[in-house]
Every structure is written in C-alpha cells, then in structure tokens.
Design a protein around this ligand. Structure first.
Ligand SMILES: C[S@@+](CC[C@H](N)C(=O)[O-])C[C@H]1O[C@@H](n2cnc3c(N)ncnc32)[C@H](O)[C@@H]1O
Length: 263
C-alpha cells in the first residue's frame, strides 16, 4: 500500500478499519475501563428506562454487548466490514440480542426508533468533513424516539495536540505497530499513519493503514445539536475517567449527552 509522507494533511476520505479491526481489542483494552466507567456514571439514571438502543461506530461490538447484557435490544452499526464481522461473531458466541448493520454513521437507518444511541472512543471524530457533524446529528435525530438520548465522546483540539503527535509503538505477541501521528491545528484535523508488522509463520508481513480525524469546539457542537432538534446538551470533561492515562488531561476529550426534543 502507498505510504503518505508523514505530516501531510491528505484529502479526507473514509478508510474502513482493516488491520486495526483485527487487533483492536488487544491494543486498545486499556481504554475500556475508563470508557465503561464514564458510561455508567453519565447514563446511570437513563439506562433503566432504555428498552432499545444502538451503538454507532460499534467497532468490535464490546459496548453493544455490555448494553445487551442489561436486557436492552441492541443494534450495532459500523462502516468497516471487518469490524462488523467481529461484532457479529461476538454476538453469535454470546447469543445476546445484538443486530449488526454495516452502514455509514452519516446515513444509517434503523428498523425502529430507539431510546438511546451511543458512539464511543472518538468515533464521531472519524468523519471526513467538518460539515459531517451536522449530517451525523441529523441521522441520529431521525433514529431516536422523541426524548431519546445520544451519548458520545470526542477528541478536542487540545487532545490532538497532546496525543496525535509523535510516534507511538505497541508490541504484542505476533504483532508490532508503529503509529506516526500528526495534526494540523488550523484545520482541526489529525491523522495517524500506521505501519503493521504481523508475523506469518517465519516471516513478518508489513501493512499500511491510515486513520483521519476532524474535531469541533464545544460551541459548534452545542449549536449544531440545538439546530438539529436536540433540546438539551450536557458535557463532561473525560479526564477524571482517565486518571491512569496522563496524556488524556483536562480539556483533551469531552463526553456529551444530547436529548432529542419531545415536541
Ligand atoms: C476508535 S473506533 C471506536 C469503536 C467503538 N466505538 C469502541 O468504543 O471501541 C472507531 C470506529 O468508527 C468506525 N467508523 C469510522 N468511520 C465511520 C463511519 N463513517 N460510519 C460508521 N462507522 C465508522 C470504525 O470502523 C471504527 O470501528
């Protein structure tokens, strides 16, 4: 695969997770506990009334399964066929009521209106254009019942400065990953050029993958959700949930809870 020069701000297009899907749970497990804690804290009072929900950009389906275990009828949506496949396999193994749908979060449709939509681990930053926040907000609004909630977290530009810069190296048995991260503060964009080294018998195979993110300020988030039919938006700084991760400091990541208007 062609490698883009480090530091370039390439034209944005969606690149579905491929190798990242295969090794996602192994590599990103340390983020699970803080995200689970934040969800329990923010959604604690709402969850007992939730009968149907959707995890948007569900990845390998971990959150969808957590919610399904609480007796919630779950939909799980992701654009990456590899992520959808993994989420389906997990759901099949556990026999929990999770229906996995492959779709773009900007244009997804669910078979029924749901009480809650979640979108975790900065998945919302993964859209290609700044204008896509409004498109996703509209699609989410359409998929929720009146009074339903949208729970999501985003990387802010301070987060881009803190952890979307420099080179990060991970190693697990049979796989080594080098992530060369960059950001452009003026354009509110960040990217990661990822080099995979995957053991194949006695050989190591190299693969390339790229992830792009775009970010929005809190005023912009507030304005867009207000204009797309949400009458309440509450926000929490994510730093207290990431106490063991010094890179995710105050102001880096925000958790939001938006409520669709009842009227
Ligand atoms: C950082 S992962 C988060 C996965 C999951 N929410 C979690 O908490 O583990 C981002 C996910 O967003 C998905 N994604 C990226 N762009 C998307 C889009 N336009 N529509 C739906 N899913 C998308 C990726 O395939 C990936 O699974």
């Amino acid at each position: 695969m062609r490698s883009l020069p480090v530091g370039s701000c390439a034209p944005m297009r969606i690149r579905p997770y491929r190798w990242l899907a295969q090794y996602y749970d192994q590599l990103f497990s340390p983020l699970r506990f803080p995200m689970d804690t934040a969800r329990v804290r923010v959604l604690g009072r709402i969850l007992p009334g939730v009968k149907t929900a959707c995890d948007l950009a569900c990845g390998t389906g971990t959150t969808a399964l957590v919610l399904a275990r609480k007796g919630i009828k779950m939909y799980a949506v992701d654009l990456s066929p590899h992520m959808c496949q993994l989420a389906r396999e997990k759901a099949d193994r556990t026999r929990l009521p999770v229906r996995v749908l492959r779709a773009d979060m900007r244009r997804f449709w669910l078979p029924e209106a749901v009480d809650l939509i979640t979108c975790e681990l900065d998945a919302l930053n993964h859209v290609p254009h700044r204008a896509d926040l409004r498109t996703v907000a509209k699609a989410v609004e359409r998929a929720l019942r009146p009074g339903g909630h949208f729970y999501f977290d985003v990387n802010n530009s301070l987060g881009f400065e803190r952890y979307w810069s420099g080179t990060v190296w991970f190693e697990k048995p049979g796989v080594a990953v080098v992530m060369r991260n960059g950001h452009n503060s003026n354009a509110d964009r960040a990217w990661s050029e990822i080099e995979w080294f995957i053991r194949d018998g006695r050989c190591w195979r190299r693969h390339h993958e790229r992830v792009d993110e775009v970010c929005w300020g809190s005023d912009e988030v507030r304005r867009i959700f207000h204009k797309t039919g949400f009458d309440q938006l509450r926000a929490w700084d994510a730093a207290p949930f990431f106490k063991n991760n010094s890179r995710i400091g105050p102001g880096c990541r925000t958790i939001y809870l938006a409520r669709k208007s009842r009227g």
